[in-house]
Design a protein around this ligand. Structure first.
Ligand code: PLP
Length: 435
């Protein structure tokens, strides 16, 4: 029995099924358990520990800030808050913009929606998001999300939110046969929704990686940007997961240069490499100017917490000093190639996608020709659950959702560690018993 098994209410699980070793430390891509095991973390926990565990530069920065000043509210200035905002505006090229700090990703998305509505002059303006998306688990974030797990808990219409089908090229909801066409049709659905509703303030979408396992085709984001601009609607990039090197760029939209630049973007996770909780909304100069003389009725007590901001500064310095963005791009390409090798050997792998950085998805099928899913979404086949358990028995932690294995290791993972994990996957997929 683990100590917290009977006392803590754990998230995203049945309490009766929660059973996990206690983690007491970590280093690089490894987690250390209380009973002396070392576990290779192939998901960066919740795709957030981009810098690996216990990065010494971030720890030192937190310690130094703690000794000086732990907390003041945003009614007062705080040096680390000012510096981190400056760094984020510089990395994103949002000159003249502003940064609003939050506690995490969900409240970053909620505030981005507030700002877009206020700046567009439509306090209750409609927001377009897509099915098979995840934007957080607070009520408004659940309404924004296209997530079958939480849909029954919330009515998106009550939050002024409309969902459109996703650019899921492998199973295109529009029946198209090429990734290009799927991208175009998916953007068309957004355009149509904007035309139909007429009161739209913003479109909020994940530009690349997401826990729902959809990686939009390359044409999708720049086309979405072009159309939303033509229609005079703000584009909000949810970079909570795709930011900070996960997709091979500081922010995934930067792959397209200016053609991909959103009006607002939301950040969390990699912002501190998950060493402390912190999220942010980055606003373009245009949006910021519209809010300049407006009263903002928003903010939580701990927004812009100096300790978290100090961790954020150190995290950004680490991405830079250790060249982790380029490293993720190079290792992501290697990972994708290795997974294509697995796909060639195992008929159960229907699709592999991602690889713009250290984020890749393996989609399992029961028939590669018909693309019959291994189990119906969002259920996971018992054989996949067994695979994940077998990997953990061999000290490798894997993330999975439905028929998907999500690979998102820390960007500091060593090449040999990555190769070992792929070899283990190769063996375990080969041994899968579907019954
Ligand atoms: C794309 C995306 N947006 C928002 C969130 C919510 O972030 P948080 O859990 O920090 O509230 C997540 C978390 O997984 C995410 O992946």
């Amino acid at each position: 029995m683990y100590p917290e098994q009977q006392t803590v209410l754990h998230s995203w699980c049945k309490q009766s099924e929660w059973s996990a070793p206690t983690i007491v430390g970590g280093a690089g891509a490894w987690l250390h358990t209380e009973d002396g095991r070392r576990i290779l973390d192939m998901s960066s926990l919740a795709e957030c520990s981009n810098l690996g565990h216990q990065h010494p530069h971030v720890i030192a920065a937190i310690r130094a800030q703690a000794q000086q000043l732990c907390f003041v509210t945003s009614a007062w200035g705080a040096k680390p808050r000012a510096r981190l905002a400056e760094m984020l505006l510089e990395k994103s090229g949002f000159e003249g913009g502003r940064v609003f700090f939050t506690l995490a990703g969900a409240d970053a998305n909620e505030n981005a929606v507030k700002f877009a509505r206020q700046a567009s002059g439509k306090p209750r303006g409609r927001i377009i998001t897509r099915d098979r998306s995840y934007h957080g688990a607070s009520y408004a974030a659940m309404a924004l999300s296209g997530d079958t797990r939480t849909r029954h808990q919330v009515n998106p219409e009550a939050f002024g939110i409309t969902h459109v089908p996703p650019p899921y090229a492998y199973r295109c909801p529009f029946g198209s046969t090429s990734a290009e066409e799927c991208a175009e049709r998916a953007v068309g659905a957004v355009t149509d929704a904007i035309d139909t509703h007429g009161d739209v303030s913003a479109v909020l979408m994940e530009p690349n990686a997401g826990t729902n396992g959809i990686v939009a085709p390359p044409d999708y984001w720049p086309l979405l940007r072009k159309r939303t601009r033509e229609q005079g609607v703000y584009l909000i990039a949810d970079e909570v997961m795709s930011g900070f090197g996960r997709c091979g760029e500081w922010f995934a939209w930067q792959r397209y240069g200016e053609a991909g630049r959103p009006d607002l973007m939301t950040l969390a996770k990699g912002l501190t490499g998950a060493h402390l909780p912190l999220g942010a909304v980055v606003l373009s100069a245009g949006v910021a100017q519209r809010l300049e003389h407006e009263m903002l009725y928003t903010g939580l007590t701990y927004c812009g917490h100096p300790l978290s901001c100090a961790a954020g500064i150190a995290a950004l310095e680490t991405y830079e000093n250790e060249n982790l963005i380029a490293r993720s791009r190079a290792l992501g390409a290697q990972l994708l190639e290795a997974l294509r090798g697995l796909q060639a050997r195992h008929a159960i792998i229907g699709d592999v996608r991602g690889g713009d950085g250290l984020f890749a998805v393996i989609e399992l099928v029961s028939d590669r020709n018909t693309r019959e899913p291994l189990s119906s979404w969002p259920d996971a086949h018992p054989a996949l659950k067994q695979l994940v358990k077998s990997a953990l028995d061999r000290n490798v932690s894997l993330a999975f959702r439905g028929n998907l294995i999500l690979l998102a290791p820390p960007l500091v993972i060593q090449e040999e560690e990555l190769q070992d994990a792929v070899s283990l996957l190769d063996a375990l997929i080969g041994a899968m018993k579907l019954r």
